[in-house]
Design a protein around this ligand. Sequence first.
Ligand code: ADE
Length: 227
Amino acid sequence: MRIDIITILPELMKSPFEASIIKRAQEKNQVEIHFHTPRDFTNNVHKTIDDKPYGGMAGMVMMPEPLSLLIESLLEKRSYDKIIYLTPDGEPLKQKRANSLSLCQNLMLICGHYKGIDQRIRDLYVNLEISIGDYVLTGGELAACVLVDTIVRLIPGVIGNETSALTDSFQDGLLAPPIYTRPEVFKGLEVPKVLLSGNFEKIEAWNFQMSQQRTQERRPDLLDEFD
Ligand code: ADE
């Protein structure tokens, strides 16, 4: 997979991709992540990329020209499965969407700043808008990091033990069950006996029951969608 990220703050985004699973995925050429800045596509000496909004509202808006030139320069080289704009008014990010995006070849991510990007860039180029939650970040960069992380760990082969990604919370529509490691007793709290039984049928049934119970307690809204 190739991911092209349009941002005026690449330095804000680099470190999450320089550690752990995402770093290894890049080293193994399972994913390539490239950063591009619209400042390189301005035609004014100050490299200005924002301007006042029409209508007299407060804040600044990212100008369409530099973004458009940058996006078109990328489109000249390859086609994209999705051109994604990170925005609080986008589709709420869910595991199902991450699963389908993990099967794409080329993704372009656009991070907005200030009040956002000129609507015409959204109308002309963007075909998926994603929000990572009902709160407003200072820009799309952190949201893009979250999106990339959720997608890349799902690319086949990126997580060593494939079943590990498949047993995550949300993967089957339920929250994950509680998990334990050694020691068997910690500060007086015991690991549930069934997990020590070696009876995989029983363990699976217990995990399922715990998943359902946890989902019922914490996120009953998810059960409405679960079949
Ligand atoms: N940009 C600012 N806030 C955001 C959010 N919650 N999700 C995605 N992009 C954003």
